[in-house]
Structures are given as structure tokens and as C-alpha cells.
Design a binder for this molecule. Structure first.
Ligand SMILES: C[S@@+](CC[C@H](N)C(=O)[O-])C[C@H]1O[C@@H](n2cnc3c(N)ncnc32)[C@H](O)[C@@H]1O
Length: 255
């Protein structure tokens, strides 16, 4: 294997091992869990039979989704969990407990190069994943390729203009320059909107946690009012969205 590919694989596994612990920290943050539930609620899973989570981590979001939406009687569901990290897919294998009508499929794959046929899925989601992708826009377009006409996909990005985005972006650039490691991409939310307007889709955009800081490097949640006050403000105003910490895009592919 060429060295560059080996370095990528090693990094995916190092990050995977870290994420198994970090995910426990994030699950203890009330504001983050409220945000995750908002995200999953956008997906309206009823009647969908082919579902993909891209960047499925330890599988806890998939498990939540299955319990919340797929535990009652209904059609059989093929639920694909794709992740770059074999370590994390092993953790899914150990922990996932799907309801009767759900068949899980664990796939090691990279966003932007997903090994599925065009127009395959009813639902696709990528939660807290795109900022780790080397090319988030290409990853979004690849997910759109494999979404069925009429299907729904949701993903989130972090804005570079939010307080956390400005500090996080600088901190990440410095730490990557000094000690290597995971590059995190903060975006201008309007860039994604412009890209989606060129596709045959309808979409909604909602920004969460405007302006004020959330979790900050070195400071943690000491300045995070959203966590302290049990608060999750959201906005659909295009101007405010630019200054939100996280932005969720819900995209329906036209038939
Ligand atoms: C922050 S975790 C989020 C996991 C899960 N979606 C959640 O919200 O709990 C990011 C996940 O994306 C995966 N990931 C990172 N880069 C990826 C890529 N280029 N392609 C596929 N998965 C990737 C990581 O291995 C990890 O499982």
C-alpha cells in the first residue's frame, strides 16, 4: 500500500479509538444530545426501507433511530452503516441491537467514494461527519447520487463565522501545522446552499446555536450557555444561519 494511503488508514483507526471515548463525553452534553435529536427528527423515516448512515461512529445514532422509528411492525428495512474506520465498525458489531425488521449492513467506506449504485437509498444521513471529510462538497454530491428520486437526505456542517468556528478553525489549523492530525473543515453555510441550488433538489436549511460559543478548545463548556441553560435556539433566517455553530440541510431529491 502506498505510504499516503497507509497514513490515512492508520489515522482513521487512531481517530476511531479516540472517538469510542470521546462519544461518551459528547453524550453527556445535554445541548449536543438535544441537537442530535433535532437532526434525526428531520428524517421522517416512516415507510423508508433502505437507509444509510455515513460516518456511523459507534452506531449510537443508528441505534437511537432504530428504537425511535423502526421498532414497531412495518416493512423490512436494510440499514447500512458506513464508516472509514474498521475499529468503529467493530464497535458497532459488538453493540448494535437492531429491531426484528431491520437488517444492518456494516460497510467500510469513505465519504465521497461510496460503493453503492445510483438512486439506491430512501434516506441518507451524515451527522457530525462532513467536517472530517477532505472534500465535504464532493461527499455531499456523492450522497446525492445514491439517493433515490423522492428520497430525503440530511447532513450538517459547521460555520466558519460562528465564535466556535473562528476559534476552532484557527486552533485546528495551528495544531495540524504543528503536530499533524485530523483536519476539520469549517464552511460558509451559503457555499453549500449555492451548490445545492445547482442540483435537482428541494431543500431546507436550519441553523442551530447562533453566535455564542459552544464547546471551545481548552475551555470546554465553561462559556457554553446553550449547555448551561438547557437551550437550543434555531433559525431559518439566511443571515443568522451564517453565524450559527451547526447548520442542518434537509434535501429532497426531485423525481
Ligand atoms: C464525530 S464522529 C460522528 C459519529 C456519529 N455520526 C455520531 O454523530 O455519533 C465522525 C465519524 O465519521 C467518520 N469519518 C470521518 N471521516 C470520514 C470519511 N472521510 N468517510 C467516512 N467516514 C468518516 C469517523 O470515523 C467517525 O465515525
Amino acid at each position: 500500500m502506498p505510504n499516503k494511503n497507509k497514513a490515512k488508514t492508520d489515522y482513521a483507526e487512531t481517530y476511531g479509538r479516540q472517538w469510542i471515548d470521546q462519544s461518551k463525553y459528547w453524550t453527556s452534553m445535554g445541548y449536543h444530545v438535544r441537537y442530535q435529536k433535532k437532526f434525526i427528527d428531520c428524517l421522517a423515516f416512516e415507510d423508508s426501507t433502505t437507509i444509510l448512515e455515513c460516518g456511523s461512529g459507534t452506531g449510537e445514532i443508528a441505534q437511537f433511530t432504530m428504537e425511535q422509528y423502526l421498532s414497531e411492525d412495518g416493512p423490512n428495512v436494510d440499514f447500512y452503516l458506513a464508516d472509514i474506520s474498521a475499529t468503529l465498525l467493530n464497535s458497532v458489531r459488538e453493540n448494535l441491537s437492531p429491531p426484528k425488521r431491520v437488517t444492518p449492513h456494516l460497510i467500510q467506506a469513505t465519504a465521497g467514494n461510496l460503493p453503492f449504485a445510483d438512486n439506491f437509498f430512501d434516506r441518507i444521513y451524515a451527522l457530525s461527519m462532513l467536517w472530517y471529510s477532505p472534500n465535504p462538497k464532493q461527499s455531499i454530491l456523492d450522497m446525492l447520487r445514491i439517493l433515490k428520486p423522492g428520497g430525503l437526505m440530511c447532513f450538517d456542517v459547521m460555520s466558519v463565522l460562528n465564535t466556535t468556528g473562528i476559534i476552532g478553525n484557527l486552533g485546528n489549523k495551528l495544531s495540524v501545522a504543528m503536530q499533524g492530525g485530523q483536519r476539520v473543515t469549517y464552511l460558509l453555510p451559503s457555499e453549500i446552499k449555492r451548490m445545492l441550488r445547482r442540483e435537482n433538489v428541494a431543500f431546507d436549511v436550519t441553523g442551530y446555536m447562533p453566535i455564542l460559543p459552544t464547546t471551545l478548545p481548552g475551555i470546554g463548556n465553561h462559556l457554553n450557555l446553550y449547555n448551561a441553560l438547557n437551550w437550543l435556539p434555531q433559525t431559518e433566517n439566511a443571515l443568522f444561519i451564517e453565524f450559527c455553530n451547526k447548520i442542518i440541510y434537509c434535501v429532497r431529491k426531485n423525481g
